[in-house]
Design a protein around this ligand. Structure first.
Ligand SMILES: Nc1nc2c(ncn2[C@@H]2O[C@H](COP(=O)(O)OP(=O)(O)OP(=O)(O)O)[C@@H](O)[C@H]2O)c(=O)[nH]1
Length: 884
């Protein structure tokens, strides 16, 4: 009740301007400065009433009240007629009002307010108008009520004297049949309404609220005399409406509802009583109702949505979402990301259609490119991109070298192709781009990527070796790529070369040669002599012709990154194959999460070029970071555009990474619990090129069993830096693995000082073997038992304060002091422990051999019986190796 009302609010209520309000307030002796000035509710009511009725108790203070009371008696007939109407309407009103249970709240407000009034103004008359929102109507006999109400009004004096009732009193005393006179108590309330009604109906509303009680009461005495019991069996309806409202209930139901809401406002009754109410309270209620009423039937959410975000979108609580998933055995917390299947389940459960929005919708630069740039009207034939795959040492690099007449293999550490590289050659004035893939199994992921940009796959099989395990793997990858396959049977120069053997083995793998009725071309070649190479190239071109490879050379460039590295002095370098358009120096490019401007391009021969055409390959400089091998490089209209796409994608990638770390299924949870035993070897991997990085990371992550595993804390392209050392020191036992990178100067010294182990490698097998050894060392040793001997208990001696000594004969092997032993009685092991004392006669001995007698005592065990057998054994710790 201490709330204040601002002038503009009064103006709004009274339908006047703020200035008018200020002026009228002045008449009442209330000084108001501006529309923002706050006044008490009492004053506000006075002012509003004064504006609307032209009358106010504040104009003539105590006298006015009396005056008001007086005309009331004269005017009562008028009141009565209205009241009569109300009573007549009452049964109808009941039906409507009964629905609104919240009416009780209103009555509480109305009772409190009048109680305050007597403190201020002496006369109870003043109080009575404050009562509002109470309408006590007896359900039956409405006619009687009219009569009684007439009588009541005839006794205004008693009403005036009547002190204000509490809510309970009012409720308890409104048996209208028995005590109609008590309703007279609020009679003075009608003074204001009566006056208002003299002028016009509208303003009267505010003061009519309390009248219903009034007209049904006969006398204050009766009112008081009423007991709660008197209401038993009667239906009492409490309405927060005045007479004017009552009529509106039927005429304008909507407006009436509004009134109901208003009256529920926490505003003081005197002012809040007004039909229009104050806006603040009103708005609140409305908003609440609207929220409740909205039924969510469909939602659109981003791909990575957390439980609480989903719950919010559905208008549910996170607990409801968690409960549903929990019921299905999925353990989630409110911060966990929801998977696709979980979203589907939840959608079904809540009856909500869930649409998953692509989080990268605005940064899907590859899709956008396809839509905007690819125009088949400009298509021309493009050179094929060929990937050579095969088992290690079957001669992929040698073959490519022969084709290009260069010796790439020589420079490679350990003679192994460490990463994908691409080259373009010309055959009969037609270009062919080759992609060389490494032979090691660790690079299988990269091979799969290689096949993605590939038009034709060449599987190299050594004619002397035939199909090897990796050949089989390669076949699967090649088939999965859907590309035409050509088998190059290499090393045909060798005496042991056996084309038919290769064909037969390949046919077993559903790679039937054309001359055997299949569809795979087998070309015998020799990387050494150059035999069959032309034939191979001709075949490639033939296949390309069949494929009708086409692209638009005039479009903006789209290329695939087949390799990436960080080069000192040059920055990030991406080896790309152009798939559409022409990539030029100066192009603004985006490459997944990286972006930049093409600073320079070098072709596969290392020569600077201005542009790369269709299917051509080269190294691109100018990206802000090392891109992921396999990502698409697309030219953008502006630097800003490129940056925005890359930034959005980088943020999304980060969120994804985060989501991975928080997503835990029930299955994983139990795994994690068991993981208390799992030992992790934290590593940081640094490599010279992106391809090696991924391959090493992938291989290391695969090295794990139920007990040990590698935990890659960080993996990056580039040299080992101090920040790597900081990262390593934060993780106990972390090893830094450098592949083709080495720590220098301060980094080396700091690592030594901090005791951080840095292992560098140039051969991937060595790195993997080292890690396997390290993991094996971390595995718990297996304890193996080895029986050493057996002794039979022939006698027992109890030595006071010492224990029982078993007099034994060693029947097998030897018994060792301090060794482990089992006591076997009737074939059952009754004790397992350690031999604490071993004697021959009186002497302590270390061991007693087969056929000799001895005295044996056990550690804290004396229950030894004649006829028991003592089996002795030793425990041998055996180191295990990680088995992969
Ligand atoms: N006799 C003979 N030897 C060959 C031929 N092609 C390759 N070699 C030899 O086979 C070995 C392996 O050749 P690479 O070209 O390195 O084989 P790769 O498949 O590229 O091997 P990785 O790079 O380790 O995957 C080398 O010693 C070559 O000299 C060939 O046609 N005839």
């Amino acid at each position: 009740m201490s709330d204040n009302v601002r002038v503009y609010e009064i103006a709004e209520e009274a339908g006047a301007s703020s200035n008018e309000v200020i002026a009228k307030a002045k008449d009442l002796g209330i000084e108001l400065k501006s529309p923002q000035t706050a006044v008490s509710f009492e004053d506000a009511e006075e002012i509003a009433n004064y504006i609307m009725t032209g009358k106010s108790s504040k104009l003539k203070k105590p006298a006015a009240k009396i005056k008001k009371a007086a005309p009331k008696t004269e005017e009562k007939p008028e009141v009565k007629t209205e009241e009569k109407k109300a009573i007549e309407d009452a049964p109808k009103k009941e039906e409507v009002k009964v629905e609104d249970n919240k009416e009780e709240e209103k009555t509480e407000e109305t009772v409190e307010k009048p109680e305050e009034k007597p403190l201020k103004s002496v006369s109870p008359k003043k109080i009575i108008p404050k009562r509002r929102g109470l309408k006590i109507i007896k359900k039956k006999k409405p006619q009687e009520k009219i009569e009684t109400s007439n009588d009541e009004i005839a006794t205004p004096a008693s009403n005036i004297k009547k002190p204000m009732k509490s809510l309970s009193e009012i409720l308890g005393g409104n048996d209208l049949n028995d005590n109609p006179s008590e309703k007279a108590a609020p009679a003075p309330q009608s003074k204001a309404p009566v006056k208002k009604k003299e002028k016009k109906k509208q303003p009267a509303k505010s003061h009519d609220h309390g009248k219903v009680i009034e007209f049904e009461a006969k006398s204050t005495q009766e009112f008081n005399d009423n007991s709660d019991e008197s209401l038993l069996g009667e239906e009492v309806v409490l309405l927060d409406m005045d007479l004017a409202d009552t009529s509106k209930l039927f005429d304008e139901p909507k407006q009436n509802q509004d009134n109901k809401r208003q009256s529920r406002s926490s505003r003081p009754a005197a002012f809040g009583n007004r039909p229009q109410g104050l806006k603040r309270g009103k708005r609140k209620k409305r908003i609440k109702r609207e929220v409740e009423e909205i039924e969510i039937t469909e939602i659109t959410i981003p791909e990575d949505v957390r439980v609480y975000e989903f719950a919010e979108a559905c208008g549910k609580s996170p607990a409801e979402v968690i409960t549903v998933l929990f019921g299905l055995g999925m353990m989630v917390t409110k911060n966990d990301f929801l998977k696709q299947d979980e979203l589907e389940i939840l959608g079904e459960e809540f009856g909500i259609e869930v649409t998953v929005k692509d989080a990268l919708e605005d940064a899907n630069y590859v899709d956008d490119y396809e839509v905007e740039e690819v125009d088949d009207s400009n298509f021309v034939t493009r050179p094929p991109v060929v990937t050579i795959m095969g088992h290690v040492d079957h001669g992929k690099t040698s073959l490519l070298d022969k084709i290009r007449s260069s010796k790439v293999a020589k420079g490679e550490a350990g003679g192994i192709t460490q990463h994908i590289s691409a080259y373009t050659i010309e055959q009969n004035n037609q270009k062919i781009t080759f992609v060389d893939t490494p032979g090691h199994a660790a690079f299988s992921a990269m091979r799969a990527r290689g096949a993605d940009v590939t038009d034709i796959v060449i599987i190299v099989v050594a004619a002397d070796d035939g199909v090897m395990p990796q050949t089989e793997e390669v076949i699967s990858h090649a088939k999965a790529s859907g590309c035409p396959i050509i088998v190059a049977v290499n090393k045909m120069d060798k005496e042991t070369a056996n084309m038919d053997m290769v064909k037969a083995q390949m046919a077993e793998k559903e790679m039937t040669p054309v001359d055997w009725g299949g569809d795979i071309e087998f070309i015998g070649v020799s990387a050494h002599t150059g035999q069959g190479i032309d034939d191979l190239l001709e075949n490639i071109l033939l296949q390309a012709e069949i494929l009708e490879l086409q692209a638009d050379p005039d479009a903006k460039a789209k290329a695939t990154v087949v390799e990436s590295l960080l080069e000192k002095g040059r920055g990030p370098v991406a080896t790309v194959i152009v798939q559409n358009g022409t990539l030029r120096v100066g192009d603004n490019i985006v490459c997944d999460t990286t972006y930049g401007r093409v600073k320079a391009i070098t072709n596969d021969m290392g020569k600077p070029v201005k542009e790369l055409g269709l299917s051509e390959t080269g190294n691109v400089l100018g990206l802000n970071d090392v891109p992921v091998a396999g990502s698409f490089m697309v030219a953008q209209n502006s630097d800003k555009e490129a940056r925005e796409i890359a930034t959005t994608r980088a943020e999304h990638a980060r969120a994804k990474e985060l989501s991975k770390s928080t997503k835990v299924s029930l299955e994983e949870m139990s795994g994690l619990i068991a993981e208390g035993k799992i030992k992790q070897l934290p590593v940081i991997i640094k490599t010279d090129v992106g391809g090696s990085l991924e391959a090493i990371k992938g291989s290391l992550e695969k090295i794990q069993n139920e007990e040990v595993k590698v935990k890659v804390i960080h993996a990056g392209v580039g040299g080992i830096t101090e920040s790597d050392l900081i990262l390593a020191s934060a993780s106990e036992g972390c090893i830094i693995l450098g592949f083709n990178v080495r720590p220098t100067g301060s980094v080396k010294q700091k690592a030594k000082a901090d005791g951080i182990q840095i292992n560098t490698y140039s051969i991937i097998y060595d790195l993997i073997d080292d890690i396997k050894d390290a993991l094996s060392g971390m595995m718990t040793a297996v304890i193996r038992e080895e029986n050493t001997g057996q002794a039979e208990v022939r006698d027992t001696f109890v030595v006071p304060k010492v224990g029982t000594v078993a007099g034994c004969l060693v029947t097998d092997g030897k018994v060792i002091r301090g060794g482990h032993a089992r006591i076997i009685r009737d074939g059952v092991v009754t004790y397992t422990g350690k031999i604490s004392s071993l004697k021959r006669f009186k002497d302590d001995v270390k061991e007693v051999s087969n056929g000799y007698e001895c005295g044996i005592m056990f550690d804290k065990f004396n229950d030894i019986k004649v006829g028991d057998f003592i089996e002795t054994f030793i425990q041998i710790e055996e180191k295990r190796e990680i088995d992969l």
